[in-house]
Design a protein around this ligand. Structure first.
Ligand SMILES: [Mn+2]
Length: 321
């Protein structure tokens, strides 16, 4: 029997992209996701002739080998993403919507594909990827009040925050659980109102983790770059990504690196290019074996401690004006 797989990033953008699609075209599919950093998700799919696989918000370059494999196995693949794509396999069984522009999210691409059928969810995912300008543009002139736009923004930020952690046990909600909870609502504003206990759980966790991180002083900071090191605790692993986004929003001309200590002695690294000039993050992080990402936002999954100084030098070389 033919099977369906929905493979999606466990952050706000990945979840909101799939919510839009499955509300318009329901499928009884096997859901494959993980923490935000878990991106080689196609490796978990064993396909057979006629299976349908949807892949959302994970880099095609990082899944290239498995994509080629599932196409060979006979699957039809629908792939939508805004991360580095690399070489796209030529196959009539592959339909892809790929856009590496720094002002585009996967949720925005799905919103365009579905002609704004679930505009609010498209905006939540886009806010979640810290693309405020793009999200506001999607909602502009559509009759939303300032308060409604603010709530959609908050939900996006909280859902994005929920995706960070070194494994599922760090998270408030496993991404599949959060997907199932929100997918019942055509409109995220109804989720916020009618499932307020879930919204509140995210909000409370976010605020607690954030107040802890605000007591940290940077390892280094000047006009053009700043580097922070976070300790090896679940709260720090959860807050690292949204902390990076918050720093970027507060200091738009500065580049940021947030490093979280790992139990193996290395670091998990989040890099944000300056908001005012979104470039360089992907190139910087890709120089390290476990690094990758987008021009504006990238990371290194496991920076060995003995490469810390090398990373700091390269970071400062990239962004020192
Ligand atoms: Mn995304």
């Amino acid at each position: 029997m033919m099977a369906d797989f929905d493979v999606f990033n466990g952050d706000a953008d990945g979840i909101c992209a799939l919510v839009q699609l499955r509300q318009i075209e329901p499928r009884d599919s096997k859901l494959i996701t993980g923490v935000k950093r878990d991106i080689q998700l196609l490796s978990q799919v064993q396909a057979k002739e006629g299976d349908r696989i949807t892949v959302l918000d994970v880099s095609m370059a990082k899944n290239h080998g498995d994509l080629v494999r599932v196409l060979k196995e006979g699957a039809m693949v629908f792939y939508v993403d805004h991360h580095v794509a690399g070489e796209v396999p030529a196959s009539s069984s592959l339909i892809s919507l790929l856009n590496e522009s720094p002002n585009v999210s996967t949720s925005l691409l799905i919103n365009q594909y579905l002609r704004s059928a679930r505009l609010e969810w498209g905006a939540v995912g886009t806010f979640g990827d810290n693309l405020h300008h793009a999200a506001q543009g999607m909602l502009k002139g559509k009759g939303f009040t300032g308060e409604q736009v603010g709530l959609l923004n908050q939900l996006g930020v909280y859902m994005n925050y929920n995706g960070y952690g070194s494994d599922l046990s760090d998270l408030h909600f496993a991404p599949i659980e959060l997907y199932n909870l929100v997918c019942e609502y055509k409109n995220p504003l109804d989720f916020i109102r009618d499932s307020h206990q879930h919204f509140e759980r995210l909000e409370t966790g976010y605020n607690q983790d954030f107040s802890a991180v605000h007591s940290l002083t940077p390892l280094r900071a000047n006009k053009s770059c700043a580097i922070f090191i976070l300790p090896d605790y679940p709260w720090a692993r959860r807050v690292s990504g949204v902390f990076s986004n918050d720093l970027t929003n507060k200091h738009p001309d500065r580049a940021h690196a947030v490093l979280t200590e790992k139990s193996n002695g290395g670091y998990l690294v989040s890099v944000r290019a300056p908001l005012a000039s979104k470039h360089g993050a992907s190139k910087l992080c890709s120089q390290f074996p476990t690094g990758g990402g987008r021009e504006a936002a990238a990371g290194i999954n496991d920076l060995p401690a003995d490469q810390l100084n090398q990373f700091i030098d390269k970071f400062e070389q990239t962004y020192q004006s």
